[in-house]
Write a protein that binds this ligand. Structure first.
Ligand SMILES: Nc1ncnc2c1ncn2[C@@H]1O[C@H](COP(=O)(O)OP(=O)(O)OP(=O)(O)O)[C@@H](O)[C@H]1O
Ligand SMILES: [Mg+2]
Length: 299
């Protein structure tokens, strides 16, 4: 599994980076899934993306306990196209996690790209419910990312496989969300055309030849930055935070920074930020519902 895209680019709080690193370390590695002492309640985040299905388990403090991710094409541009396939994949992952941790997982959160129709949001919920978990919260993707990053002022841009989600945050509140059908799939198409290889070969090529990918796909990345600029409009944005798998492309943050003229930050393993944020949203919701305490802060 590839979890590249290490440059941090922005001084994120240590607690945020440690959580991401912990998840990266435990991702798809059952030998590292350890039940925390005292057997606290566990919470699950399910991200049904265009390119990857990711399931993250956190404890009651939002700390990663285990996780699985798998390349899968069950959705396109945020819409679930293969309902049964989605159930099968999520079921397999949840069962593996339950077996590895020796515990039943009961509570989950899931997500949707901003501006998704309510019917599709319900489909996502049904997928998670049909594997036996109660859905406590459904959050839009860039807002989920902010459950982890805890940005007070800035924009969060989640560039995934098929969609780019944008959220503008002011004084800790999300004041705008937008969504565009652009992402890693478009980079693959450009690479496939240029190198005369298949889409699947382009996917591997992209991960193995980062510098050349940046060069070949520069116009697409510049276009993505223009899209982000249009969404930001005249809102005041101090920093743009890049998350999502495609943001993992080494050097992408510099191109976006140049185009926007705004500082750009990118946490390590940007692909894991939104899935982890979804799981943290579940923990927070449980706290609020059970009246135990205020929502958790990210760090
Ligand atoms: N280091 C990297 N460089 C370039 N692209 C990368 C890198 N790592 C992952 N990707 C790409 O990121 C995409 C997957 O990212 P992510 O898991 O965030 O998307 P998703 O959630 O499945 O899709 P979406 O959010 O659009 O529905 C794929 O296109 C993959 O090729
Ligand atoms: Mg995504």
């Amino acid at each position: 599994m590839d979890l590249r895209g290490e440059n941090k680019g922005y001084p994120y709080p240590l607690g945020v980076l440690q959580r991401i690193e912990k998840l990266a370390d435990r991702m798809n590695r059952p030998s590292r899934w350890l039940l925390p002492e005292g057997r606290p309640e566990l919470f699950v985040g399910v991200d049904l993306g265009t390119s990857y299905v990711v399931v993250v388990v956190v404890d009651d403090q939002g700390d990663p306990v285990g996780g699985m991710m798998q390349f899968a094409t069950i959705a396109r541009e945020g819409l679930i196209l293969d309902y049964l396939g989605a159930i099968e994949i999520v079921k397999g992952m949840v069962e593996s996690l339950q077996k590895g941790l020796g515990i039943q997982l009961g509570y989950a959160s899931t997500s949707f790209p901003p501006k998704t129709e309510s019917a599709n949001i319900r489909t996502t919920q049904y997928v998670v419910e049909s594997v036996g978990m109660k859905v406590l919260k459904i959050v839009d993707e860039p807002s989920a990312a902010n459950r982890l990053l805890n940005v007070q002022n800035g924009a969060i841009v989640d560039i995934g496989g098929g969609t780019t989600g944008i959220a503008v945050v002011e004084d800790g509140e999300i004041i705008y969300t937008g969504d565009e059908p652009t992402g890693g799939t478009h980079l693959n198409l450009v690479i496939a055309g240029r190198k005369k290889i298949s889409f699947e070969e382009a996917e591997s090529y992209k991960l193995e030849h980062q510098a050349e990918t940046l060069e070949i796909t520069l116009p697409v990345i510049q276009k993505m930055a223009t899209i982000v600029r249009d969404h930001i409009g005249d809102r005041r944005v101090e920093v743009v935070h890049l998350v999502g798998g495609t943001s993992g492309l080494i050097g992408m943050e510099k191109v976006v920074e140049e185009e926007l003229g705004i500082p750009v930050g990118k946490p390590s393993h940007p692909q894991l930020v939104t899935p982890l944020g979804i799981a943290i949203a579940c923990t927070e919701e449980r706290s609020v519902q059970s009246g135990r305490r205020e929502p958790l802060r990210s760090v």
